[in-house]
Design a protein around this ligand. Sequence first.
Ligand code: ADP
Ligand code: MG
Ligand code: MG
Length: 889
Amino acid sequence: MASAPSEKWVYVFGDGSADGTAEMKNLLGGKGANLAEMSNLGLPVPPGFTITTDVCSYYYQEKGAYPAGLAHQVAVALDTIGTLVDCKFGDALRPLLVSVRSGARASMPGMMDTVLNLGLNDLTVEGLADRSGDRRFAFDCYRRFIQMYSNVVLNVDHSLFEEEIESYKDVHGLKSDTEISSEAWREIIEKFKNIVRSETGVAFPQDVDEQLWGAIGAVFGSWMTTRAVTYRQLNQIPEAWGTAVNIQAMVFGNLGMTSATGVAFTRNPSTGVKELYGEFLVNAQGEDVVAGIRTPQNITETARLAAESQSPSLEALMPQVFAELVNVYLKLERHYRDMQDIEFTIQDGKLWMLQTRSGKRTAKAALKIAVEMVDEGLIDPAEAISRIEPASLEQLLHPTLDPNAPRELLGVGLPASPGAASGEIVFNSEDAQYLKSLGRKAILARVETSPEDIHGMHAAEGILTTRGGMTSHAAVVARGMGKPCVSGAGTIQIDYAKEQLMAGGVILKKGDLVTIDGSTGQIMRGEIATIRPEMSDDFARLMSWADAKRRLKVRANAETPADAKIAREFGAEGIGLCRTEHMFFDQDRIVAVREMILADNQQGRRSALAKLLPMQRADFIELFEIMSGLPVTIRLLDPPLHEFLPHSDEEIDEVARATGTSSEVLRARVVELHEFNPMLGHRGVRLAVSYPEIAEMQARAIFEAALEAGTRTGQPVTPEIMIPLVAIKGEFDLVRKLIVDVAEDVQREYDRELDYLIGTMIELPRAALRASEIAQSAEFFSFGTNDLTQTTYGISRDDSSRFLAEYESKGLITVDPFVSVDRDGVGELIKIAAERGRMTRSDIKLGICGEHGGDPASIKFCEEIGLDYVSCSPFRVPIARLAAAQASA
Ligand code: ADP
Ligand code: MG
Ligand code: MG
């Protein structure tokens, strides 16, 4: 990359103005852009500057070199901020100290940790001591700097330093770091320097410029660490974005009892309640709050009382600073029109803002915040709709603990991320992943989590930590993932070596069942019964806005009365797929079904079908009654018959008894029906072609049920009968004629009129291509995208997981085509079928009923090509309603 000398690589902020703005996230990263924006808003931000993401790109293209002019611009910017705070970088008397902070466009764990107090050396530490009048503070800063810099820039294991401090305390009988004197820190610092020399082979850098450029290089270097690369892959963040570097004058939260550091959310990130919500620590620096070293204090009195904490709140301790913080947070919310996650430091009673960004929140909180912000006039309903991740609604629809179920309480921690989860307890991320791969549920228990645990947290059903507050790593990440989390359960001890957990007298070993409730913080032994949650008013309001906005209708895939009821509760506008074979698997029906299949003549089949007719009719009556007035699409028998075949000798004997045939004859018939590739075998419409009497029985059951349910509910029923796996117009016509004939018989027998539609599934490429012809007799198409994906790709869905993950990691596909519709291939066929179908029959009804009907990205595709409805599993109906609203222009 060639660069003109005049190119701007460095953007300064501070003192009520800035070169950058919040809109410049691409260039300045999220942290840098928002520091600039806060400066522009006149908020108290320590002055600093941002080295742009373009420099990161340059650095990687030029193999670690920096653009010409950068060094000069950095030197000038350092002077500028030095002047603002009356200091100078490297000056012995008035040393400017800075933090070096990474910051990509999106907040990203895995990047370099922040280095604080950079600019200290043997000389400048004396200046800091004199100027602050506090030697102990100055040497505490210096030793922290050596520890941090050596760890994050020089890769020296930080436990080496901790051990040094511990052994000093042991020898001198001291309990806490705060008892260590300035002279003692000086001695320890010499030992630290020796550690650095023996670990790295060179001395700890005394030259402040070397320190600075070492830290800048480390930030850029961290963009390509395994941790960062993994995180980007998991979150679809392009590598080309790069990170910015922020260099900012230090303010000190460790300057005695009138100083502090803290983090806060402008609304409660778990519940969404409008309150300043956060934690702080007096006389502390940097990440002491989230690191869980000391237990942080509450910011508001209300929160302190709720937590029954003995340590004073910020509100009580520093009322003036608190009042200022309240002003700042209100201003930030009005400005950003969203809930903010803020970081601040108080130096000697003065508030300084160090970061703001949109805060991560639970689905429940997201919903409440969006709805209340509409009421507050900050955003409009369309914006509220766009702010909720449809998939996150699943968190709200999923079961919570049954309040009446007995429970054995093991302990209580902080309610860090709501929802209940049960599973086998494991103590490391590998075990959580392993259990998940076996299809089992894990609860990950850790003393605290770190970015290395992201995989395990993903795999676990829930997370439990014994240390750390509501803003600890575990809490923040779990909320982002929508996983239940209980953090800081201090009464519980975890023993990694023995792989066990101790709570009071109880010991849980790896693999024992445990339940956590992230809404209350409770930890319980065993697995506890759950119930379905009530839908909140916020949910109802957001959904009503979504319903008003969307064009696509949303139906559910449901066959049991229970599923149909849930579907209606969740707002389904009909059933898009009722699979009749599920009704055949019932205990008391399977014998009759087997009798029918194993009969070697029509006569035998008809007598077995006669037994099934009343059962099937009763099923449909119930379904039509529940869905009263709403459309119901019923698919004729679809799976290969072998799925119903008896396997064990006992089962064969039972069928033999029921039919009066011998077991030997039956066994021979089972062998006869064997198929090599049943998914492409004798199934779908092919069954109706071979055994028309099955389709006739089902049609009769549907029509008779429609008349009966119509009478019972007073709402006429218009069933939609769907013929699966059609490839050829002729086979559709053949079966259609059977159905029409049955309809005529039923109308004559009952002397009543029937209204009904007959359509087909489009799940074979041939059907999609011949859609215009098929539409001559089909009144609707429903895209069966599970089979259509299998048949278009030639990939068996049941076997795909073995290799598709590898395809994803090698970049051959971006998303599993069985999860999100493959627009280019399968999508193209859907488009062709829709166009050709409409060409023949302009008002043909078009829907989708595969797994994709509940996937937001696929729903967007359905909207774009103008389908009439999507149909998905009942629990996904609200997700589909919201996704459809977001998709509609
Ligand atoms: P992260 O991206 O992990 O949040 P930050 O760059 O925000 O890392 O730094 C972490 C913490 O370090 C901040 O929350 C703040 O407490 C402290 N910090 C960073 N810069 C400064 C500074 N200039 N003065 C005082 N503290 C700072
Ligand atoms: Mg960090
Ligand atoms: Mg931060």
